[in-house]
Design a protein around this ligand. Structure first.
Ligand code: URA
Length: 441
């Protein structure tokens, strides 16, 4: 295999053979293909795409780069959900314990922050002591015992994606339908699932902002899942504003805990319930959508879902006292309120600008090695369409120091546009299944 020739081929628009993709991914996982060659190849894929055979070969090679969770003899149905990435998207933190409390096992393998978006693993690790690097054996035992484990790609699971994901994050090669699809599905197919629900984000804060691209991504992932024996459904959800109020790792954990107490923001709860209902329906654990929704609401109102989160935190070495005392989560040294510059209507809250500002504040990675500060971020209770008065609080900035507060204010001045009119676009717009696309909102 002459890698520079493969890169040139792809750069010039030719397809690589499935065996070449397999060899490339094997070589990369084994450290024989260096990051600089893989980066160049990834950039060629961003521009040239992959045909269906290439995509299948890439996904299978990434899946086979590691082991899988195997649940032989375990009776409970297993489902998971994965998001294509957003700002303020802490849905997994609520949904996993809620669904697990309804009798569906959730072996959830997640990623870290990618580009301007946050990642479930980084959020979980803001809980003191929480360990996301479980072995397969630990994850399996935990799923069988308490119904849920929330883990990252250990060296055993899709290790090729683990390295590629970190590489894409810092080389401008995230925004590609085949690369996103292969990345997500290689992890999810390693989980031994009976059903998978995808939250495909659309709007300016999504990696693929256009509705048509989001639908294509959903269909691509559904195709990969269904052919490999994993029934898959996708919902398209709005990412033209942050989801919920909190954006930033520890702040989002706190909001997720509020949600499990029945006090979460309406948009966060609506998306969480919609995705969780789909998970339950996919594995046949409820008679219909209304029944699934009722089971989930009961899991929150009874306190069972919060209790399950406590069990997950304890099982993974974390301090479950954060559930009663969020002050035990990392706290920012400086907090300051950002106020409306004029009377008017919130026309826009640009999620990409909020996400990039979190990176600048230290809450995300700009290089593979960078350590993140879990305490920083924003709480933005305002939503597009809200009428505001000059001087009224719109958001709070959480930073390490005064410079961070300035950075946060600068970002909010650009991200939050006050105009004379504005409105909230529908939150959940499409449901995509193997049989087609249904418009919802
Ligand atoms: N989530 C993933 O796991 N991979 C991507 O490429 C994008 C979002």
């Amino acid at each position: 295999m002459v890698i520079p020739s493969l890169i040139q081929h792809k750069r010039d628009g030719a397809a690589l053979r499935p065996a070449e993709w397999t060899a490339l991914i094997e070589g990369y996982t084994a450290g024989r293909v260096p990051d600089y060659q893989m980066s160049a190849l990834l950039m060629a894929v961003v521009w040239r795409g992959l045909n269906p055979e290439e995509l299948a070969a890439l996904t299978d090679a990434m899946l086979q780069s590691g082991d899988r969770l195997r649940f032989d003899g375990f009776e409970r149905p297993r489902a998971d959900k994965h998001s294509t990435g957003g700002i303020g998207d802490k849905v997994s933190l609520l949904l996993a314990p809620m669904v697990a409390s309804c009798g569906v096992a959730v072996p959830m393998m997640s990623g870290r922050g990618l580009g301007h978006t946050g990642g479930t693993l980084d959020k979980l690790e803001s809980i003191p002591g929480f360990r996301t690097a479980l072995t397969l054996r630990e994850a399996k035992a935990q799923v069988e015992r308490i119904g849920c484990a929330m883990l990252g790609q250990t060296p055993e699971i899709a290790p090729a994606d683990k390295r590629l994901y970190a590489l894409r994050d810092v080389t401008g090669t995230v925004e590609s339908i085949p690369l996103i699809a292969a990345s997500i599905m290689s992890k999810k197919l390693a989980e031994g699932l009976n059903g998978l629900v995808l939250d495909v984000k659309t709007g300016s804060g999504a990696f693929l902002p256009e509705e048509a691209q989001a639908i294509e991504l959903a269909r691509t992932m559904i195709g990969l899942g269904e052919v490999r024996g994993c029934p898959t459904v996708a919902l398209l959800t709005a990412m033209d504003r942050p989801l919920g109020r909190s954006c930033g790792n520890a702040l989002e954990v706190e909001e997720a805990i509020d949600g499990l107490r029945g006090e979460g923001p309406a948009d966060l709860m609506e998306v969480t319930y919609a995705l969780a209902v789909e998970m339950i329906l996919l594995v046949g654990a409820a008679a219909d959508a209304a029944d699934a929704r009722k089971k989930l609401e009961d899991s929150v109102s009874s306190g069972r879902a919060l209790e399950t989160l406590g069990k997950i935190i304890e099982a993974q070495g974390g301090d479950s006292k954060v559930l009663d005392d969020p002050a035990l989560l990392p706290q920012a040294a400086e907090v300051e309120v950002f106020r409306a510059p004029r009377d008017g209507v919130v026309a826009q809250i640009e999620p990409r600008k909020v996400g990039r500002a979190i990176l600048e504040l230290g809450g995300g990675r700009r290089t593979i090695e960078e350590e993140i500060d879990p305490s920083v971020g924003f709480v933005i209770p305002a939503k597009p369409g809200d009428r505001v008065k000059a001087g009224e609080p719109l958001a709070s900035v959480f930073a390490r120091n005064r410079d961070g507060i300035e950075t946060g204010f600068r970002a909010l001045r650009e991200a939050i546009v006050i105009g004379d009119e504005g409105s909230l676009t529908p939150l959940i717009t499409h449901r995509v299944t193997a049989s087609g696309v249904e418009r919802l909102g």
